[in-house]
Design a protein around this ligand. Structure first.
Ligand SMILES: *Cc1c(COP(=O)(O)O)cnc(C)c1O
Length: 455
């Protein structure tokens, strides 16, 4: 299996190279040269546990890691989860909620990053290389990335976050990790400042290569691949003539794109509901075919406060007939004008709807009143979308975070302190380590130079 770039200007590469590459040098995203058809395996796959299923499915996309090593990486990645089923399905009202938050940081990003961290460890050791991961976070991604690589020998991780602008618990989830390879930088500036610093450092090619800088952002193919597994797992739990619908709280489109891959593999995946918050560029696109950037709006679902979804390009590639030239033209027009559209409309691969803050809160409160089940705001966006759109078969709503990660919004919606998790409560009072730095390129560069183990 080789991986090629959606923009068509990067030579195809093996899986392990794709893992280390992340974004392709031509600016495109990597995709496998074919998507395996698994329809003749479904009967056998129904009897597998989550980890076994992950091992069978992921192996179809990886041919440059020995099978026993890959199996071991996957087994260790999910041994960190606190539920035996990894992604349990819980009946709530008329739907099933798939809890994807049983990993170390209580967010669905753990499903991908626990796998990616161990993959990096293996590939770097094979090659005798060291990697310095640099990231900027406004909350969830930073802690999940840190949890994925803490304690690993050949990786240092540097995470910048805006001082005073991430929640207390989110900051503690990062700063209480005391492994020597973890470096938290509390930047006196905004999240945008952090992101700009990161982009500038990645753009400084001599610096990037002498310090072997890497990223763990959501365009990494291995993250998408790990997420395909739970669509397969959930879709095989039902015995229904109508394939299973999934409602997916969507930000960067990585999660719901994994559902699209699962469906192309021949798994019984039906409607894929792209549920956005008021940052509705994707919802507008799937309802009209017009893709136009707007201003970012801040909501109670911060992980979805995104206008331009980085993984959307992967789907566009297929929608535009797997034609890299057409894709390049679309992206060029979008970059230049902030808008582009697809001839023939968005197609029928996804259904989409946008849910505002008031509806999100009302859904948290209604679900609690009806079933006593507490959902986080992101999950509530998906539930609200599923309730709005009709479907004839079973529905799975993806729960992307534990409600205790967003206690203010959840408690306010329910009117009682219901969003707690013992693991988060215990963080208060633990020793923490973080370095305050000004929002200056020189300061960040100096810090990395001092702390990074040079290649
Ligand atoms: C990252 C995240 C999302 C969005 O997922 P994408 O793959 O970016 O679409 C939704 N909910 C939570 C809690 C997240 O952390």
């Amino acid at each position: 299996m080789r991986y090629f770039s959606t923009r068509g200007e990067t030579p195809p590469m093996a899986f392990t190279d794709a893992v280390l590459t992340g974004l392709a040098p031509d600016g495109g995203l990597l995709l496998p040269d074919h998507i395996p058809d698994v329809r003749d395996r479904l009967a056998a796959w129904r009897s597998l546990g989550y980890v076994q299923l992950a091992q069978e499915l992921i192996a179809l996309f990886v041919d440059d890691i020995p099978r026993s090593t890959l199996d071991d990486i996957i087994r260790r990645a999910y041994a960190t989860f606190d539920h035996p089923e990894i992604a349990p399905l819980v009946p709530v009202g008329g739907v099933s909620v798939m809890e994807l938050f049983h990993g170390p940081t209580l967010a669905f990003k753990d499903v991908a990053l626990q796998f990616l961290g161990r993959l990096f460890e293996y590939v770097l050791r094979q090659r005798g290389e060291h990697l310095n991961i640099l990231g900027a976070t406004s909350g969830d991604t930073g802690s999940a990335a840190i949890a994925g690589v803490r304690g690993l020998a050949d990786i240092d991780i540097f995470i910048m976050y805006p001082a005073g602008r991430v929640s207390e618990l989110q900051e503690l989830q990062m700063t209480t990790v005391l492994d020597p390879n973890v470096h938290c930088l509390s930047v006196s500036g905004s999240f945008d400042d952090c992101q700009n610093l990161m982009k500038t450092l990645f753009g400084d090619l001599p610096f990037k290569s002498s310090y072997h800088l890497g990223a763990v952002n959501s365009v990494n193919w291995a993250r998408v691949l790990a997420q395909v597994v739970y669509y397969a797992w959930a879709s095989l739990r039902f015995d229904s003539d109508v394939p299973v619908r999934f409602a997916v709280p969507t930000g960067n489109f990585g999660n719901v794109f994994a559902g699209y891959v699962a469906r192309r593999m021949g798994l019984p995946v039906g409607d894929l509901v792209v549920a956005t918050n008021e940052n509705d560029i994707l919802s507008v696109f799937f309802n009209s075919g017009a893709y136009a950037r707007g201003p970012v709006r801040f909501t109670i679902t911060p992980a979805m406060d995104i206008q331009v979804a980085s993984n959307f390009e992967r789907y566009l590639f297929y929608r535009l007939g797997e034609d890299p030239a057409a894709l390049r033209a679309f992206m060029r027009q979008f970059a230049e004008t902030g808008a582009a559209s697809v001839e023939g409309g968005a197609g029928g691969d996804f259904v989409a709807t946008a849910v505002n803050v008031a509806e999100t809160s009302a859904t948290i409160s209604a679900v609690y009143a009806e079933s006593g089940y507490v959902v986080d705001p992101h999950t509530a966006v998906g539930l609200a979308a599923a309730r709005r759109l009709p479907y004839a078969g079973p529905t799975v709503c993806l729960a992307t975070a534990h409600p205790a990660k967003f206690p203010e919004a959840v408690d306010a919606a329910v009117g009682a302190p219901v969003a707690r998790h013992e693991r988060l409560e215990r963080l208060r009072g633990l020793p923490a380590r973080s370095t305050p730095v000004p929002a200056s390129l020189q300061a960040i560069r100096d810090f990395i130079e001092t702390h990074a183990a040079r290649r």
